[in-house]
Design a protein around this ligand. Sequence first.
Ligand code: PMP
Length: 283
Amino acid sequence: MSRIAYVNGQYIPHNQASVHIEDRGYQFADGVYEVIPIVAGKMIDEAGHLDRLWRSMDELRIEAPMKRHPMQLVMREVLRQNGIETGLIYMQVTRGVAPRDHPFPQDADSSLVMTAKRTSMAKSMKKAEEGVAVVTVPDIRWKRCDIKSVSLLPNILAKQEAVEKGAQEAFQVDEEGQVTEGSSTNAWIVQQDGTLVTRPTNNDILAGITRAALLELLEEKGFKVSLRSFSVEELKSAREVFFTSSSSYVQPVIKVDDTIIGNGQPGSISTDLRNVFKEYMEN
Ligand code: PMP
């Protein structure tokens, strides 16, 4: 089945889909996005992702390209045309096409693009079974990391540093030496006493949808959770480390910089939570 993209009202073969050179997403990274996982043909936490998309648009005063319900119909059509059972749908809204000038254009319509791709649950499970390495990098981002903006240069530089050091993810660290979040994931530790720790949401991090869903599951299951920031020292001496996102679900970490976490194998709590989350997605 060939890939189909949605671009401003049209379904187009993926390799022919394009936007105008003066789209403000291209010129200024003046746009927002969402990535929603699809498991067993079903979107996971669709409502949470759409709420966050609307919040991002509102915060940047980008007008919604269409109302929520029609957008959901387009999302379903993109998934149908691409035959996605397990994968991701990517949606991007920009402030539209206008002659390049910094202030908001007076009469541009916002642009909406959607793409979808297949992913492999087996590959993802293998990575979870093996565990991955992360590196720590300074957080050099702006002060509105709560907005899911397509301006991702610091995140790209962080991820590239991870890749060049043979790691899967980079945890960003603020000026106080506290971990904020991964380049495209939320960071978690398990303390020696078994308490799970993740940073509370404010403008310093993105309110991850996976993070929120996992917090609910943890509450249901009676886990002890502390919403607080944690330092790089705590990270490296944690019993377990993992990260969450729509594309990695719950991913155990076995190494941070040069420090081996625990016995160098994915921890039992992270592994359990991975399975709990998989079950949540599949049901
Ligand atoms: N933080 C950042 C910076 C991200 O880009 C992402 C991925 N969207 C996340 C956290 C995780 O969010 P989610 O669980 O909603 O994918």
